[in-house]
Design a protein around this ligand. Structure first.
Ligand code: ADP
Length: 337
């Protein structure tokens, strides 16, 4: 496998009659051979444009893209040796699954019909498509279509694999399964992979490293733990994590923002003193909402001092009720200022 380097890549869309849009400002990234990097960010932050520039479907305005040390900018998409599995699958409806997978192989030439068939069989075994090779796309589930798109993307043994929102059309159960399969395959086959997603769970669970983007800019590049535990700025702090990190003002002096994740706040209700001045907890407040979240409870608490709301993760089972006064203690080494 080869590494993929984005060196100051930039994209400006010039639309007649309207101001130019800088979709990607200055993108530096080195995806190591065999690594899976996730591009994560809200809609419109430039993820797809970046992916399309790597694939050769969009010209770059500036910078360079290198695969295995060689610039690919002068190469048409078919010549880049990059496999892409698009969000909408882009399968050919009239063709069987087997023909969809082998389409690119045959188009490229150089392989005998028999070698093509063997390659398709091998992929079908690995990806769990053996029983549906004769089916047409219209008769497949979303999960199956996703796997066919993946098989097609890797059929030509590309140097780099690009995955565009690979799990977004799957239901929850299929998503879990497909996520595990994707991870296993990517590891097993060792593809240098870039994955685009707006879904942080997808990025954090699949990627070796995550690039958090906003407004065409890279906000942070790091391992999932790094972007979660040590966000580079307020945008990353708020965007990564579900439920989001609490960002509170007015607790630590003027202009200072305190960031604390819901799971790093403990309820210390029996320690709240009658005055409610927070002498024993870090802060006090009143519970306004009680919810279930996965196997946890979530409390929304309005702080007595500042009237801001923060979200606190509690253990399973109902312990607090709306209207109840609570004291809250922040875990010191996981509170950011
Ligand atoms: P994302 O994939 O993160 O949702 P995109 O890469 O699709 O973001 O878009 C980034 C920005 O570039 C957006 O502001 C979008 O409107 C703009 N953009 C994307 N494609 C075009 C285009 N062909 N012409 C003009 N603007 C575009």
């Amino acid at each position: 496998m080869s590494d993929l380097v984005l060196d100051g890549v930039r994209k400006v869309f010039a639309t007649r009659g309207r101001p130019p849009v800088e979709a990607v400002a200055h993108f530096d990234l080195n995806v190591r051979s065999g690594e899976l990097v996730g591009l994560l960010g809200p809609s419109g932050c430039g993820k797809s444009t970046t992916l399309r520039m790597i694939a050769g479907l969009e010209d770059v305005t500036g910078g360079d893209i290198r695969v295995g040390g060689r610039s690919v900018l002068g190469l048409r998409p078919q010549r880049r040796n990059i496999g892409v599995a698009f969000e909408n699958y882009a399968l050919y409806p009239p063709l069987s699954v087997a023909d969809n997978i082998s389409f690119g192989l045959r188009a490229r030439g150089g392989l005998s019909a028999r070698a093509c068939r063997e390659r398709v069989q091998d992929l079908a075994e690995r990806i769990g498509l053996r029983d549906i090779l004769d089916a047409r796309p219209v008769n497949l589930s979303s999960g199956q279509k996703q796997r066919v798109a993946l098989a097609r993307a890797i059929a030509r043994e590309p140097e780099v694999l690009l995955l565009d929102e690979p799990l977004s059309h799957l239901d929850a159960a299929q998503r879990d399964l497909t996520r595990r399969e994707l991870r296993r395959l990517q590891r097993e086959l060792g593809y240098t992979t870039v994955l685009v997603t707006h879904d942080q769970e997808e990025a954090l669970s699949l990627a070796d490293r995550v690039v958090v983007m906003e407004g065409g800019r890279v906000r942070q590049v790091g391992t999932p733990d790094e972007v979660y535990d040590d966000p580079a700025d307020l945008f990353v702090a708020e965007f990564v994590g579900e439920p989001a990190m609490n960002l509170l003002t007015g607790l630590a002096g003027p202009g200072r923002i305190v960031g604390v994740r819901p799971e790093d706040v403990a309820v210390v209700e029996d320690e709240v003193d009658a005055e409610g001045d927070g002498a024993r907890g870090d802060v006090t407040g009143v519970v306004v909402v009680v919810e279930d979240f996965c196997e946890y409870g979530l409390l929304t608490v309005e702080l007595a001092a500042t009237r801001q709301r923060l979200v606190v993760q509690t253990g399973p089972g109902p312990a607090q009720v709306p209207g109840e006064a609570v004291g809250l203690a922040f875990q010191r080494d996981r509170t950011y200022m």
